[in-house]
Design a protein around this ligand. Sequence first.
Ligand SMILES: Nc1ncnc2c1ncn2[C@@H]1O[C@H](COP(=O)(O)OP(=O)(O)OP(=O)(O)O)[C@@H](O)[C@H]1O
Length: 269
Amino acid sequence: MNVKNVTVNLLFKKCSKKDNEVLDMMNGSVIAITSGKGGVGKSTVSVNLAIALARMGKTVALIDLDIYGFSIPKIMNLQSSPKTVNGKIIPVESHGVKVMSMGFLIKNNEPVVWRGPMLGKMVEHFSKDVLWGELDYVLLDMPPGTGDVALDMHHFIPQSKEIIVTTPHKTAAHVAERAGTMALKAKHDILGVVENMAYFKPNDRAELYYLFGKGGGTELANKLNTNLLSQLPIEEPVESTDTPGIYEEGTKLYSEYNLLAERVHSLLS
Ligand SMILES: Nc1ncnc2c1ncn2[C@@H]1O[C@H](COP(=O)(O)OP(=O)(O)OP(=O)(O)O)[C@@H](O)[C@H]1O
């Protein structure tokens, strides 16, 4: 047989009554932060956007759903595990943000070797068994790509809206388009695109250097018919702190994340 074309139709299950319990737990506006490829800065954007929303006085939860590649505890330098009360987990609080991550449940940086259905359970567990309290925003740091966790998220949390992170590089933007298309097929709103590592500006010069090329973010936003929310520069990490991936006052990225948080808040109000 000579097969030339194969069409794959994704089926998204309707929410059952039990699933709706998850929706009830997620009482804030849910924003899933996704990317096509790894390494484009998705977790860094999730952390800094969550902190910038908290700076605006919002109550924010940050859930690390990057089950295999969790990095939020490392970026935020979180060493303590969450406590439990009557079988419910109290999230760890840092920089004004309530955090939950697979990293809290794994000892000694062991690799996670789970298959699809177990991942679904974890999505459910983080949503239902954690005492989140009243929330304005729930940010979900998704794994890169369009795998099982992304499908579970679309199923369990259909009200979530997506921010897609890419670099300006054409390949990253091309791969990120697939994550966007998956969201659109699942009838999820896309809030917009964040182009990370858009340019580098040395402190002593006016010129901008486009180290990863130019235009990937705009192209992706146009293809998905959505907004380009931000173009974040490359900034050298301050290695002398415990949290070099968190951009403090005085840096260009601190101001850019404040603008991004205001933009996101106004789109959701
Ligand atoms: N704007 C930026 N300027 C400089 N470095 C950055 C910037 N954004 C992210 N980085 C750095 O790039 C690296 C990758 O970032 P991060 O871990 O957030 O990517 P990711 O997309 O979440 O990757 P993965 O999906 O593989 O976990 C980190 O070392 C991070 O500190």
